[in-house]
Ligand binder design. Structure first.
Ligand code: GRF
Length: 188
């Protein structure tokens, strides 16, 4: 059994979608949700679906002993970041080589890096006058949004698109591709 932990700081629409897509998988399941925010929507979802969860602020996250104990307790073999806003510490990257992935709501290296999340990314796309945007799914390394790219898919940006329109298009791509990529990485 592959036990997946999803790290999320926000609403967790990707976390919820992945959880739903993995329900029927016999050999992999969402064993843990980790959030650095007590009031993250993703935690209400975890409670509702009886998924174990941990609330870890930056202090816990950088504390190797604490985090490795939590992940070890749940036998976590793979980590999926879905809107997780803190930098993943080095020890975690070492402990999970090529087993931590992230999704970014733009075509990296454009519009990435520290502080580029949520609508800030889509606002930047619009301000730059880009005619296309999309998603990037990548391995996580020690820098924000810089690990090896696994998949990018694109959608058009029209001049008339609002930031909300762009967000909706990008989110549709995220929900379509993130579970698929995860399944293919896990050899399903
Ligand atoms: C997504 O756009 C993801 O690409 C980014 O953060 C957002 C999380 O959204 N890294 P949600 O919490 O999954 O709805």
């Amino acid at each position: 059994m592959i036990n997946i932990a999803i790290f999320a700081s926000g609403a967790g629409s990707n976390a919820q979608n992945i959880f739903n897509q993995f329900k029927a998988e016999p050999n992999a399941h969402i064993a843990l949700i980790v959030s650095n925010k007590e009031d993250a929507g993703v935690l209400a979802f975890a409670e509702e679906h009886e998924i174990p969860y941990a609330i870890t602020g930056n202090e816990e996250l950088v504390d190797e002993e604490t985090m490795m104990a939590i992940l070890g307790y749940h036998n976590i073999n793979f980590i999926v970041l879905a809107g997780f806003l803190l930098l993943v510490p080095k020890y975690l990257i070492k402990a999970y080589p090529n087993k931590i992935i992230n999704i970014h709501p733009a075509l990296l290296p454009a519009h990435g890096g520290k502080g580029m999340y949520g609508n800030k990314v889509h606002e930047a796309v619009k301000a730059a006058g880009d005619t296309e945007t999309g998603i990037t799914i990548h391995y996580v390394n020690e820098q924000f949004d810089e690990g090896e790219i696994i998949l990018q898919t694109k959608c058009p940006v029209l001049e008339t698109d609002t930031v909300e329109d762009i967000r909706a298009k990008v989110q549709a791509l995220e929900h379509e591709h993130y579970p698929k990529v995860l399944k293919s990485l896990l050899g399903k």
